[in-house]
Design a protein around this ligand. Structure first.
Ligand code: DGL
Length: 262
């Protein structure tokens, strides 16, 4: 069983990390679209075009059975079109875990950190207003333009990154936010820095477990689950910080360059 996974860069590896622990006998093929990163500050049309080009590549070059869009931004911009265009492919997307955050929060003040494109997505906006009305919670949304670039450069803990977080997190700190949704797959890589800036223990809601469980469930339904080792091949469309890949996945994996998705 071959599972294609993509993101604009390193972020989706936070999901692959969990997939490697839980999937049996799968071949994971990961594409980091660093030539086009960051996605979060691009238009819906651009993100859709990147998503289709990568999916085509994964189908034609690797004959994937399933696709994981390990990117909240690409899920928001492209998941409906991908499902329509590839009806026979198992497709799993990544969405900010607002519902679990609301049920975890004691203060009922919840933070959401995501890219500008994700926070502007129609589906996300409808979900927030429905949940706020229903559960009487306050949701503090914060776009973090520039944070993905810091993470891609390996600057997860530098003074500049901490200063950016300080500005974005102050309203959440002042409002006693106790639960933060990491609505971008890059952001688990700055979880420690976020907690440090918040100055108290925070419950983080991430997507890796949910996405992996959903994939397992769909594979089982299709009779694709089996026993054995799971392997991983990593590809990037542009430069990538290999030290960060090792930090996330360990020493075992190296990244190959794709010069063209054709
Ligand atoms: N990791 C991505 C996400 O989950 C995309 C970040 C970006 O390229 O802006 O949204």
């Amino acid at each position: 069983m071959k599972v294609g996974v993509f993101d604009s860069g390193l972020g989706g590896l936070t999901i692959v990390r969990t997939m490697l622990e839980k999937l049996q006998s799968a071949e994971i093929i990961y594409v980091a679209d660093t030539a086009n990163a960051p996605y979060g500050e691009k238009t819906k049309e651009q993100i859709l075009a990147f998503s289709i080009a990568i999916t085509e590549y994964l189908i034609s070059h690797h004959r994937i059975d399933a696709l994981v869009v390990a990117c909240n931004t690409a899920t928001s911009a492209a998941i409906s079109e991908l499902r329509e265009k590839y009806p026979d492919l198992i497709i799993v997307g990544t969405e900010p875990g607002l519902k679990p955050a609301i049920s975890h929060s004691v203060s009922k003040n919840v933070g959401v950190l995501a890219t500008p494109a994700t926070l502007n997505g129609e589906k996300y906006k409808a979900l927030v207003s429905m949940l706020c009305e229903h559960y009487h919670v306050r949701v503090f949304e914060q776009p973090c333009p520039g944070l993905v670039q810091q993470i891609e450069s390996g600057d997860t803990d530098t003074p500049k990154t901490l200063e950016m977080l300080e500005g974005w997190l102050k309203p959440m700190r002042d409002a006693n936010v106790d639960t933060i949704v990491l609505g971008c797959t890059h952001y688990p890589l700055v979880k420690n820095a976020i907690e440090r800036v918040m100055g108290r223990p925070i419950t983080f809601v991430e997507s890796a477990e949910g996405v992996t469980n959903r994939l397992l469930c769909l594979l089982e339904q299709k009779g694709e689950a089996s026993d054995g080792e799971t392997t991983l091949k990593l590809f990037a469309t542009g430069p990538i910080e290999t030290g960060m890949v090792k930090n996330i996945l360990g020493e075992k994996f190296s990244v190959a360059m794709i010069n063209s998705l054709d």
